[in-house]
Structure formats: structure tokens, C-alpha cells
Design a protein around this ligand. Structure first.
Ligand SMILES: Cc1ncc(COP(=O)(O)O)c(C=O)c1O
Length: 472
């Protein structure tokens, strides 16, 4: 296995050198797989893998029935979005109608959806899920028709507990609450750790859904600057938590939304140490953790949490199906009974069929392979998108280059106004998330977030080209 991967990588390196040297110019077609295999006396598999590797590096593009073409070199640099001042004040959250418009657009098939961060359904394991649905409805019909009261189906809690142990989060099924998506997990975690009016620290920029939960609970947010290189600033967090009585921090430590940053293990431990020192809780949102482009699944902060300070939240939304609406919460500090009650009061329970279907699906042996393939597909989509941005967006545009997940953060020149552009784009059937959604202080007006887990086609490419036109 190792030998094969070395071989295709060496071949990819050699071909990349030829592309750099102008032997294969931008726009030209690469030799066919068969010709390359003959030329180099290498197996077809090695050649296919080498081409895919070059596609991953953003040097080639595959076209149906037309082979592999050389892409123009990206003039973009992967630079961090500029950081913001630390001297913020806690701010009440304002209602954001734009989220509603974006969600409406996501459900409209006429719209090219770069907005809501859901993978295109063609990437999701539809066939496997269909099998699971059939199986579950056949074998557990009565239970499916009934209700699984909190904390949720024991089988599902057991499967998830086993999966958590694979990345060093050791717990028991009795400590896990099945929730209606990650959003409910975060909501319950915040209800357990805060009271209305409390100050909660958030990364800036951060996922707008989290800001909406804070608003709904009457909490105040203090924005802590983050960048796409190493995430949240610990110095700024320390400063803010010392100046304001921060009771909780919400953090997406793995493949964050929108910056795509994954914190180092050391940084995760430093944040925990700071929480111990300054006595605040941590609500960890790990929805993207299962989607690294390569290498091991990163550990969440929860893996080092020896004092039950971290309230761990995740879901099957990004990797199995957003429509299932199933997530989970590991409440800290033995708050399980309170968590169960909070869920019962607000939603009574989580749909039973979905819980059994997810159990059936997660118990299969090929799930991890499927997930790795999915992450690779997202990676290809992301690279195509970055190349298109590089070729069409105005000079001075900066982008993030995440190592997991599937969102891209774009910083346009300072005079760009993505809020104003959103209305025009929606009229033209294009949705994206304007930067101001990701801040309670309406920062990032010249930024936007794109969902890269799109089915790539001429329609997608044209929509991206059209988007770039608005900023010219
Ligand atoms: C960071 C983050 N947390 C939570 C959610 C919501 O997850 P769920 O659909 O499982 O409630 C999303 C969805 O986009 C997200 O990006």
C-alpha cells in the first residue's frame, strides 16, 4: 500500500514539474491514462491516482469524456483574513432576516446554493440509508411508530459512545443525550451553563446559527478574534474573560465554520487550562470533526477534559444527512438529568425512526471508508472552487485553504459590500452567506462564506463567475 502511494505521488511530482516547466501548458490536455501508463511503464491505477493527486493540488481538472486538462496557476495566496480589534464590548444579538432568506434559497432548486453549509445530496450515503430505512421499518416497526424518550435510543447511544472512544473521548451511553441536531445540543448546553444576560465568548467570525441561539437565550456575546492560521486568539480570550465575567466559551475546534481552521492539540489544551484558571465552561461544537481531508480525525477539546468542563456537541448532519436531524450532547459536570429535562420540556423527544436508521448505518463496517471518500470529494470541489475564484475574483481577494470540512471564507477588497450584493445575487438565483452574518457587531462586510460541497457543473462555474462580476 505504502509503495503504491509513494509511486503515484512521485509520478504526480514529476508531472507537476513538467507543468511548472511549461511542457504541459495551461489549458492543454494531459496524455490519456493509457498513453501515460505505456510511456512510463506504470500501472493504470498509479497513473489514475497521480492525475487525481494533481487534481487535488489544483493543477489539473477532469472533464467528462475529455480527460485531464492543465489548470492556470492560481494567482491567489492563502492568507489569513485580517484580524479585528480585541477591544469589543459584549453586545446583544440582533435578529438577522438574511439567514431566513438564505435558508429559503437553499430549498429552491432554481438557486445555485453557495449559502447554507449542507453537502449536495449526491455526496450523502443515500443508497446505504435507503437500505437502513427498509431494514429498520421491517424489523422494528412497532418501536419506529412509538417514541424514544430522552436520553434517546440506547443502541444509538452505544454506537456513538464507541465512535467517540476512537478519538479518545471516553464516556458511557448513560452520559450521552441524543438531540435534534447539533443546534439543540448547543442550545441545551448553553441553558445548562448560562443565565439570561450572561456574557459568552465566541470566535470571530463564527457560525451564525450559534449567534442566533445566544440571541434567543438573551445572552451577550463577546467576539474574540480568530484567524485561519491558528484560530482563536488565546491572549484576546484571556483579556476578555478577565475584563468581562465570561461564563462560557463556544468553540468549533476542528475544521471551524467559517474559517476552516483546526486548532493544534497544544492550543486545545491551553484553552482548557484557561477555562480552569478563569472558571468558565466550554461548549464545543464538533460537527465538522469527522471530515479531515487527510490524516487522522482530529481530537476534540473534550478528549483532554478531566474536570467535565466541556459540553460536547455534534451531529450526523454533515456526514450522513442534514434531514435526519440527529445530534448528540455530552453534558459536563454531571448535568445529564437536567439536560434530559430541558429536552423533554422543549421538544419531548427525537424522532425514533431516524435514531434506529442512524444506529443501523453507523454499525456498518464501511462507514469510515465512505466518510473518507466523502472528505476527498469535498476536497476536489473546494480546489475547483478556489481555482475558479483565483481566475475570476478581483485582484486582492484572499481565501482560506482549510484542511477539512467544506466551507471557504473569502475576503474581498475593503470596498466590497457583500450584504448589498446578496440581494442582487438572490435575484439572479445565486445564494451565499455574507460576512456580517458571522459577527454580532456586523463585521466582515467585505467577506463571504461559500459552501464548496456542491455538485460541480457549468451551472456552478457560471454562477461563481457571475458572483465575481458583482465585485468588479
Ligand atoms: C458549526 C455548526 N454547528 C452546528 C450546525 C447545525 O447542525 P445541525 O444541523 O446538526 O443542527 C451547523 C450547520 O451548518 C454548523 O455549521
Amino acid at each position: 500500500m505504502l509503495l503504491v502511494s509513494t509511486l503515484y505521488e512521485s509520478l504526480a511530482d514529476a508531472l507537476e514539474a513538467l507543468i511548472d516547466g511549461g511542457v504541459y501548458a495551461a489549458g492543454s490536455r494531459m496524455p490519456s491514462i493509457r498513453a501515460l501508463s505505456k510511456q512510463r511503464n506504470l500501472s493504470v491505477t498509479t497513473c489514475v491516482n497521480a492525475y487525481h493527486e494533481l487534481e487535488r493540488r489544483g493543477r489539473l481538472e477532469s472533464k467528462p469524456r475529455a480527460g485531464f486538462n492543465v489548470l492556470a496557476r492560481s494567482p491567489l495566496s492563502f492568507v489569513q483574513p485580517s484580524t479585528i480589534s480585541v477591544r469589543n464590548r459584549p453586545t446583544p444579538i440582533n435578529t438577522q432576516q438574511r439567514i431566513r432568506r438564505m435558508l429559503e434559497a437553499a430549498g429552491d432548486p432554481r438557486v445555485v446554493n453557495f449559502g447554507a453549509a449542507n453537502p449536495h445530496p449526491s455526496f450523502l450515503p443515500g443508497v446505504s440509508l435507503e437500505r437502513s430505512y427498509r431494514q429498520v421499518l421491517r424489523s422494528q416497526r412497532h418501536r419506529c411508530l412509538g417514541q424514544e424518550f430522552p436520553p434517546g435510543a440506547i443502541e444509538l447511544r452505544t454506537v456513538i459512545t464507541r465512535r467517540l472512544a476512537a478519538f479518545q473521548v471516553y464516556t458511557s451511553p448513560d452520559e450521552l443525550l441524543i438531540t435534534n441536531g447539533c443546534q439543540e445540543a448547543v442550545t441545551i448546553a448553553l441553558k445548562l451553563t448560562t443565565c439570561p444576560g450572561d456574557v459568552v465568548a465566541i470566535e470571530s467570525p463564527t457560525y451564525y446559527g450559534l449567534l442566533e441561539v445566544l440571541r434567543a437565550l438573551g445572552l451577550r456575546a463577546i467576539e474574540i478574534p480568530a484567524n485561519s492560521e491558528d484560530g482563536i486568539s488565546i491572549e484576546a480570550l484571556r483579556l476578555a474573560a478577565t475584563e468581562w465575567k465570561v461564563v462560557a466559551l463556544i468553540i468549533i475546534a476542528n475544521h471551524s465554520n467559517p474559517l476552516g481552521v483546526t486548532l493544534s492539540d497544544r492550543k486545545k489544551q491551553s484553552i482548557l487550562a484557561l477555562a480552569e484558571e478563569l472558571d468558565f465552561s466550554i461548549v464545543e461544537d464538533d460537527v465538522y470533526g469527522d471530515l479531515p481531508i487527510a490524516g487522522h480525525r482530529p481530537r476534540p477539546l473534550k478528549a483532554w477534559d478531566h474536570n467535565q468542563r466541556v459540553y460536547y456537541c455534534a451531529s450526523a448532519t454533515k456526514t450522513v444527512s442534514p434531514g435526519l436531524r440527529i445530534g448528540w450532547l455530552l453534558p459536563g459536570r454531571g448535568d445529564m438529568q437536567k439536560a434530559i429535562h430541558l429536552q423533554y420540556v422543549s421538544t419531548v423527544s427525537v424522532q425514533s425512526v431516524g435514531q434506529f436508521v442512524l444506529t443501523e448505518y453507523l454499525a456498518r463496517s464501511h462507514v469510515d471508508r465512505q466518510r473518507r471518500l466523502m472528505a476527498k470529494e469535498f476536497d476536489l470541489c473546494r480546489i475547483r472552487m478556489l481555482n475558479e475564484i483565483a481566475n475570476t475574483f478581483p485582484k486582492g481577494t484572499q481565501v482560506t485553504n482549510p484542511q477539512g470540512g467544506f466551507v471557504i471564507w473569502v475576503e474581498l477588497p475593503h470596498d466590497a459590500d457583500t450584504v448589498e450584493t446578496m440581494a442582487r445575487a438572490l435575484q439572479d438565483g445565486i445564494a451565499f452567506a455574507p460576512g456580517t452574518l458571522f459577527s454580532v457587531n456586523k463585521r466582515f462586510k467585505n467577506c463571504l462564506r461559500l459552501n464548496a460541497a456542491m455538485k460541480w457543473s457549468d451551472r456552478t462555474r457560471n454562477a461563481l463567475g457571475q458572483l465575481s462580476e458583482y465585485f468588479r
